[in-house]
Design a protein around this ligand. Structure first.
Ligand SMILES: Nc1ncnc2c1ncn2[C@@H]1O[C@H](COP(=O)(O)OP(=O)(O)O)[C@@H](O)[C@H]1O
Ligand SMILES: [Mg+2]
Length: 243
């Protein structure tokens, strides 16, 4: 019995293409430990988003195993997988996935409502205040800027305190100050035995992680432990060089 929240062995993922299956992940092994922020970096198209989808059960692996909280995703039926995701995992989507007809507050309250849990209004408002949007709670996404929408998406996930938060470019639309605030919230979320797996292009954000995986062509090219920003930059640049 391991205490890792996620264990991945030889994960492969292919998508159907015109000329046959196109491999996107080509044998990735990793673990996500309790309490850590793990950053995933690499050139565009290297498989970062696909990796997050496979780890969080949004996409099935083509080969290999993904264990989340000790359970092999490949062996779970649809219902059990949905339940695991609902009760333990949170996903901050790169394009936010907010419901346009709902206000910011209603969007943040949605996961609890869907899980048929009591919605704690104070918790919802606190989550919005944490991302600096207390004064925008009654606004629909169409009345919010891109950065504000992204912060609603962050609040919606953090409000339910998942065991693992997956975040795909969670600061991509944010200015430096809002970005730093969100990163601090993610750091806080990776505590009490919980953890964060974050895809980012932001070298400074990656440098704030406990470990950084550098992907290249669907493989883990390098693993950096508490690297500084210059080391992350260099590793990304090197991963971008095709040879
Ligand atoms: N649903 C899909 N169907 C077909 N190809 C996909 C799909 N999702 C991603 N890909 C391909 O997989 C590769 C990696 O994509 P992605 O994981 O989004 O990379 P990254 O997030 O690192 O930019 C890209 O070549 C992309 O076109
Ligand atoms: Mg991506």
């Amino acid at each position: 019995m391991t205490s890792d929240l996620i264990e991945v062995r030889d994960l492969g993922k292919s998508f159907p293409g015109a000329g046959g299956a196109v491999p996107v992940l080509r044998g990735i092994s990793l673990s996500v430990r309790r309490g850590e922020v793990l950053a995933v970096v690499g050139p565009s198209g290297s498989g970062k988003s696909t990796l997050l989808y496979c780890l969080s059960g949004l996409e099935p692996a083509t080969s290999g195993t993904v264990r989340v909280l000790g359970r092999g995703l490949e062996a779970l039926g649809r219902g059990a997988l949905a339940e695991l995701r609902r009760d333990h995992l949170g996903f901050i989507f790169q394009d936010y996935n907010l419901i346009p007809s709902l206000t910011a507050r209603e969007n943040v309250a949605l996961p609890a409502r869907l899980a048929k849990r009591r919605v704690d209004a104070a918790e919802v408002d606190r989550a919005l205040a944490d991302v600096g949007l207390a004064d925008r709670a009654g606004f629909r996404p169409s009345a919010l800027s891109g950065g504000q929408r992204q912060r609603v998406a962050v609040a919606r996930v953090l409000a339910v305190r998942p065991d693992v938060v997956f975040a795909d470019e969670p600061t991509g639309a944010l200015d430096t100050e809002s970005g730093a605030r969100v990163l601090a919230l993610l750091r806080r979320a990776a505590s009490d035995g919980r953890s964060v797996v974050m895809v980012t292009h932001d070298v400074e954000a990656a440098a704030g992680a406990d470990r950084v995986l550098v992907l290249r062509d669907g493989l883990v090219h390098r693993e950096l432990v508490r690297p500084d920003a210059a080391t992350v930059s260099e590793a990304i640049a090197h991963a971008g060089v095709r040879g």
